[in-house]
Unconditional design. Structure first.
Lengths: 821, 217, 362
């Protein structure tokens, strides 16, 4: 044991003498862990709130009994089922409005509530008596309490007139949900003795009679969803995040790999001496693994703290885009489980060991006696470039394979990953080729040396350059995608948001009043009613929007594909426009038939056109307003678009607002809506962009640290030149040029790679993830900018080692001749 | 104390196998100091490495007292080296990240037999008192080799093995260092086997054996 | 639950407390509160005449109440079984009964089936007011979900016979018909059963003369059984003193045909309050003085992480009774929301035969 400790101390002494190298290693591990665990924290936060929402909102985790038409049903059915031995628990639900905010009121029965259905263990166990006896309690998330601007214990009035039981914040409740005892909920919702659905406990029970025997066909059983709607809809978003986290993690590991590789090379004589002095190979290798594990542990902990802050910083953006895109409510406060910390530490250690595996294996196989091998170095490098190049080709082939054969988002990411990996692996070979060509072309001795020495440096720098290539490639790719998106989106919004004013009345009655009132406003040239119904097609949530037959749509609605009489067939009621997402998911093309489930049987429609519906996670079908109302008579007929003389919009909006007490949610002009939509979409990519910037930053760090660590080992190469009369200043300039030329070569190679990545994102990943495809555009100016950024980053990274060289005491250069070799 | 018998070793070079040692027989008595000479490529270093257990012979035996180290596995040979042998190389092979004091005590600590008194005595006799806190790169070649000899002797080995220990030193320094080593070897009573190509240095030891064409003469 | 927590007999209040009326600390406070709050519930006073069928039904003015059946059964091969069926009622607050979900009654039920090898049990909860659980006096019917104990069309209110009893859990079920020829027995002093020297008491009557026959289901296999059963009815508002920590209760069917009910209420100061009734061959119920009863543990079992006295020496010297009891299954642990031990016992000594033992607060 003490022997191992002594060896550990000796190994660690290396880092004390090379603090910069140690910093590199730590930075690599910390950034890898931080970005990965930060992204994991975001995903976990979102998933846990979906779970909570699912458990308290939809009960999607539990099998349920509902009435076939989705209506409320008599409570007596609950009693009948219980008396027949069914372990059911009643839930009553409805919407309530408090101060203009719509919330979901859920009434539960804590005594029969199945344990697994209660996301909040506090419901029903913390204070049963307080919960069910008057005045009762309204459990809600602290976020919702804050949003309502109310204090604990308040009893706010709801729009229907009743008062909620005293509010009690409880972290486990999903945002936007109020949980009360079923008795209070029935009263508040005006659903006396009515139940919305019954949860079926999974607790094993003795045999129960068939459902039909007890309740006839009044109820049907709905099996639990393995995935909630929210999860299904947001999957792609989280996969995106995960992919970026993974990419950053890999870039971080590149740094770790290069730091450890360099350290190994530098410690090679030390390891030999240790072995010669009688440390056995096995002990030495074990201690090296322990050393690495310890470092990874420390770095992992720091990385986790950083990851926490990254997640906390990005959370508002993530929450905003999830809310904007999917209506998913994520609490703004980050709460992490112990598993997250453990997983973070584990990933740091595993990552470090993986990144170090090559060095560790080399160390384990290292013979005690140094083979004469100074010359073999070049051959080894050649062979290595050849092998790595071949692997790169293989990986590219795999990418093509994924592209041709894959049909899922995962395969889309696999294509992307394979392209990036192949490019990174192929980089040294391509650079080596370029440098060899340069060397052949050079005639002046100094130039010849310039190219030759660059080649010698290649193996030391290649990992950093690979990281730079990846970061730049991804930056180009994502930048191009985001830019393409935002331009397309703006054009598309112009086509879709054509009415000047959009309003949504509080009730059908108010809608009638507003319509009548608008009759007397001459500036309103058209009143376009709209309605929407929600259905499930192939178990996928979809919405049907009804719109009026009006030139507003005929002239402006941008369609991707259309049949000849599209607008007439829609107006007749038998044609439908479908969104691109829906057409891709259900593989529908023009002329195909779809059958929409309605309360009164299926509704057959013919696909008359396909339109882009960017950013909508749900499938969408556009039909004639009248046809929709006929098939779904219960939908609210409260939405309108108004065509108004643009100059008179503000006055009209003001009048409407004051006359009918409409808030911002129910009344919006076109300009506001457009701004809002763009804002939401910018936030969607804000996270992507932030992670992108992080990745580029890490690549810069990788380059810097590689150059710094190379700096010392380069003395023997530089000293002879100095000795034959080249000034330090000139040498420094040559060194700088070398670095910049390598970086520039890499950056140039990153451009085609980035465009390939962008194409992959636009044509493969986005289509799979979101169901829509953007037109692919190239933005040369953006590319130039990025090129500049890359060169600047390498300039900064190269500056420090160069400065060191300029300032170096001649004595140190002399020393090279005095005692090296 | 050390008996080498019938030792053979060959290296593969491309298609050919080159026999370096062709049956070396050699005995070193306890406390004896022996110079091993020979031209470049005669196999001096190979023989020394085999005796140090750094490599395995193709045939023959190397026996220390009752231990035949040529038949031990790698880990056991490492342990033997650690506990019973001292090694000094031409390139000093100090650990650059450890101070002089730590380098000196390095092997003895590894062997778990660090002796503070002996350590202090070595420091004094090697004239390293003022240099203890320094790192190897801050020392001259002669100073570095003195540290290396100190490290090898700190473990109180039965045999000190040195491979051209003064090859990197000037003549005057080389004489000083070897004299010091010889003195310390006598003081500890251990054996001393030094590979050298210098007749002058070889003459400073008890006996001299010459290796030629893979055989001892 | 630690031993320091006072509990009521038959664990009812404890069960609710574990469910949601508070943690262990609140349990103690809850009980102290239970005592002080009793004033708003109907008090238990000597001299109340129990009348039937009215008193078979619920007494919502009282805080707590139960319908408690235990049966000692044998199958055709003579293999012994025990069956428990219990329905508890507790009022969360006193006052007039409210309708629907606002009703302040909570119902809880336990069912168990014990053999020498296994002890299976299940529990149920229900709110009052909506018809999921409840009791009616005439016709007599006590139900919770699909568990029931109900009189047949021909039930005699003075014998509470015949009754049909049914319950099932995930791995067991039973269905029994109970018949008795002899009238109900009043426990304590004409139905007034004292629980401490400070006046805590309950109204308590029993039907110890049931003959039972029916079928058990164990792992889906039906088993025909017959034997004896004992039903207890008890209601109270303040059943325990605050320093009483637990309870050891016996119902014994003696080989002579006599029936004995004995209990010991343990106090936190290590002392205990003893009570019991001796029911003679003529059906007359004689209240036993506290010092006429000796209950002493003679064997212990480690079960569910606790040490429980599962073997007892029971003596009523005044009646020449001295017996040693043995449990059918020493691991008759009810791991319900509020856990306790309840199982069939047999005994030997001055008399032989069988009965039931319940131990709470360990």
């Amino acid at each position: 044991m003490s022997r191992a400790l002594w060896i550990l101390a000796v190994l660690l002494s290396h880092w004390r003498r090379h603090p910069l190298q140690f910093a590199t290693l730590l930075i690599g591990l910390i950034s890898a862990t931080a970005l990965w665990s930060g992204v994991q924290a975001l995903n976990a936060q979102a998933r846990s709130s979906y779970d909570r929402a699912a458990a308290t909102l939809g009960g999607a985790r539990t099998a349920t009994l509902v009435s076939p038409n989705g209506d409320h049903f008599p409570q007596q059915l609950f009693v009948d089922l219980r008396r027949a031995g069914w372990p059911v628990s009643p839930v009553v639900e409805g919407q309530v409005r408090i101060g203009g905010r719509t919330l979901r009121l859920t009434g539960i029965e804590p005594l029969s509530l199945p344990v697994e259905a209660s996301a909040a263990p506090a419901i029903g166990t913390a204070n049963l008596q307080g919960f069910i006896l008057p005045p009762g309690q309204t459990l809600l998330s602290p976020d919702t309490l804050a949003a309502l601007n109310l204090a604990e214990g308040a009893t706010p009035q709801i729009s229907s007139g009743g008062r909620l039981p005293p509010l009690k914040p409880q972290a486990e409740i999903a945002p936007g949900v109020l949980v009360v005892d079923i008795g209070f909920a029935q009263q508040l919702l005006g659903l006396q003795d009515q139940v919305s659905r019954l949860l079926i406990g999974s607790k094993a029970a003795a045999s129960r009679p068939p459902l039909r025997e007890v309740v006839g066909d009044q109820l049907k059983q709905v099996e639990p969803d393995t995935e909630t709607d929210l999860e299904r809809l947001t999957d792609s978003f989280h996969l995106n995040l995960t992919a970026f986290g993974l990419l950053s993690f890999l870039v971080g590991l590149f740094i770790v790999n290069s730091a450890i590789g360099l350290a190994f090379e530098q410690r090679r004589p030390m390891l030999r001496t240790l072995r010669a002095c009688g440390a056995s190979a096995r002990l030495l290798n074990s201690v090296m693994v322990i050393e690495l594990t310890l470092i990874a542990l420390v770095a992992g902990l720091i990385g986790l703290v950083c990851g926490y802050f990254i997640a906390a910083t990005l959370l508002p953006d993530v929450a905003a885009s999830l809310r904007g895109l999917y209506g998913a409510q994520i609490p703004g406060e980050l709460s992490l489980k112990p598993q997250w910390w453990l997983a973070g530490i584990a990933i740091s250690i595993l990552g470090a060991l993986a990144a170090a595996s090559a060095s560790l294996i080399k160390a384990a196989r290292m013979p005690v006696l140094a083979a004469a091998q100074a010359f073999a170095w070049q051959q080894a490098q050649q062979r290595w470039l050849l092998i790595q190049g071949s692997v790169a080709l293989l990986v590219f082939t795999a990418a093509a394979g994924f592209l041709l054969l894959g049909d899922s988002l995962l395969s889309g990411f696999a294509v992307l990953a394979a392209i990036l990996l192949g490019a990174a692996l192929g980089l040294p070979a391509v650079l080596g080729l370029a440098l060899a060509l340069g060397e052949r072309g050079a005639t002046r001795p100094l130039m010849k040396w310039f190219w030759a020495d660059n080649r010698l440096q290649l193996s030391g720098l290649s990992l950093a350059l690979m990281a730079l290539l990846l970061a730049l490639g991804v930056n180009v790719g994502v930048g191009t995608m985001v830019e393409s998106f935002s331009r397309t989106f703006v054009r598309w919004l112009d086509g879709r948001l054509t009415a000047e004013v959009y309003l949504n009345a509080a009730s059908d009655a108010q809608a009638g009043e507003i319509k009548a009132w608008l009759q007397h406003r001459p500036e309103v040239t058209a009143l376009l009613p709209g309605a929407r119904a929600e259905v499930k097609l192939d178990n996928w949530p979809a919405e049907i929007i009804g719109f009026a037959d009006d030139p507003t749509y005929r002239d402006n609605w941008p369609l991707l594909e259309q049949s000849r009489d599209v607008w007439d067939s829609v107006a007749r009621g038998d044609g439908a426009l479908i969104s691109e997402q829906l057409s891709r998911r259900m593989k529908l093309t023009l002329g195909d038939r779809i059958s929409v489930p309605t309360g009164n049987g299926p509704w057959p429609l013919t696909v008359a056109a396909i339109y882009a519906d960017y950013g909508n996670p749900r499938g969408q079908i556009g039909v004639a307003y009248a046809a929709l109302i006929a098939r779904f008579p219960e939908v609210a007929q409260t939405r309108f678009g108004l065509r108004v003389d643009p100059a008179k919009v503000p006055a009209l909006v003001d009048d409407l607002r004051t006359t009918f007490k409409l808030d911002n949610r129910s009344l919006a002009d076109q300009a506001t809506l457009k701004t809002e939509s763009k804002r939401i979409f910018n936030r969607t990519f804000a996270v992507t962009a932030a992670l992108n910037a992080f990745t580029l930053g890490i690549a810069g760090v990788a380059l810097l640290t590689s150059l710094l660590t190379l700096g010392n080992s380069r003395l023997p190469q530089v000293a002879p030149l100095w000795a034959i009369g080249i000034t330090r200043r000139k040498l420094a300039f040559i060194e700088l040029m070398k670095t910049l030329s390598m970086a520039a070569l890499t950056a140039l190679l990153a451009l085609p790679l980035g465009l390939l990545v962008a194409w992959c994102l636009i044509a493969v990943v986005n289509v799979k993830a979101f169901g829509w495809r953007l037109p692919f555009e190239v933005f040369p100016w953006e590319l130039l900018k990025l090129l500049g950024v890359a060169l600047l980053a390498s300039l900064i990274a190269a500056a420090l080692p160069i400065l060191k060289l300029v300032r170096m005491q001649p004595a140190r250069l002399v020393k090279v001749f005095a005692d090296e070799r | 104390m050390l008996t080498v018998s019938g030792l053979t070793k060959s290296y593969r070079s491309g298609q050919d196998s080159v026999a370096v040692l062709r049956g070396v027989d050699f005995v070193l008595a306890a406390g004896e100091s022996v110079a091993l000479t020979g031209e470049s490529g005669s196999g001096k270093s190979t023989l020394l490495h085999l005796i140090a257990g750094l490599d395995q012979p193709d045939g023959g035996d190397i026996v220390y007292g009752d231990v035949t180290i040529s038949r031990l596995a790698d880990a056991a040979r490492a342990a033997f080296r650690r506990d019973r042998l001292g090694l000094v190389f031409q390139q000093f092979n100090l650990i650059p990240s450890l101070t002089v004091a730590d380098n000196l005590s390095f092997q003895s600590r590894l062997a778990g037999r660090h002796d503070a008194q002996w350590h202090a005595e070595l420091i004094e006799r090697l004239g390293l008192g003022a240099l203890q806190k320094r790192y190897p790169e801050q020392l001259s070649g002669g100073q570095q080799q003195r540290v290396a000899i100190g490290r090898a002797l700190a473990v109180k080995p039965v045999l000190l093995l040195a491979d051209e220990p003064t090859g990197n030193l000037d003549e005057a320094t080389a004489d000083d260092v070897l004299a010091l080593a010889n003195d310390l070897v006598r003081r500890t009573g251990c054996g001393f086997l030094m590979v050298t190509h210098s007749e002058r240095l070889a003459a400073m030891l008890d006996r001299r054996v010459h290796l030629h064409a893979g055989l001892i003469h | 639950m630690s031993a320091s927590n006072p509990i009521s007999r038959r664990a009812f209040a404890g069960g609710l407390l574990a469910l949601g009326l508070g943690g262990p600390r609140a349990l103690a406070q809850g009980f102290a509160g239970l005592g002080s709050d009793a004033g708003h519930f109907a008090p238990v006073v000597p001299g109340r005449v129990l009348t039937f069928p009215a008193d078979h039904g619920p007494h919502p003015d009282f805080r707590i109440e139960w319908w408690y059946l235990t049966a000692n059964l044998k199958d055709a091969d003579g293999k012994a079984y025990g069956v428990q069926w219990t329905l508890f009622r507790q009022a969360m607050t006193p006052g007039p009964q409210r309708d629907g979900w606002a009703n302040q009654q909570i119902w809880m039920a336990h069912a168990a089936l014990t053999s020498a090898e296994t002890h299976r049990y299940a529990e149920k909860f229900s709110r009052g007011g909506i018809g999921q659980a409840g009791v009616t006096a005439a016709p007599f019917r006590a139900v919770i979900d699909d568990w029931a104990m109900q009189g047949t069309d021909t039930m005699n209110v003075s014998t509470l016979s015949p009754l049909d009893v049914t319950a099932s859990g995930a791995d067991f079920g039973y269905r029994l018909r109970l018949t008795a020829e002899r009238p109900l027995v009043l426990q304590g002093d004409a139905g007034y059963s004292r629980k401490s020297e400070r006046g805590q008491a309950s109204y308590y009557y029993s039907q110890p003369y049931f003959a039972a026959h029916g079928a058990l289901t164990i792992d889906g296999r039906p088993i025909e059984v017959s034997g004896t059963a004992w039903m207890d009815r008890e209601f109270s508002s303040q059943p325990l003193a605050s320093d009483q920590t637990g309870w050891d209760w016996f119902s014994l069917h003696l080989s002579s045909g006599e029936k004995v009910m004995l209990f010991r209420l343990r106090q936190s100061d290590g002392k205990a309050y003893f009570a019991g009734n001796w029911i003679g061959l003529d059906g007359r119920s004689e209240q036993l003085a506290p010092d006429a009863i000796a209950l002493d543990p003679i064997g212990f079992t480690e079960t569910a992480g606790r040490k429980l006295p599962t073997r007892w020496r029971v003596r009523v010297p005044g009646h020449g009774l001295s017996i040693d009891t043995t449990p059918l299954n020493p691991n008759s642990w009810m791991g319900t929301s509020f856990p306790y031990w309840e199982g069939p016992i047999s005994f030997g000594g001055s008399q032989t035969c069988n009965g039931y033992l319940e131990m709470t607060g360990y």
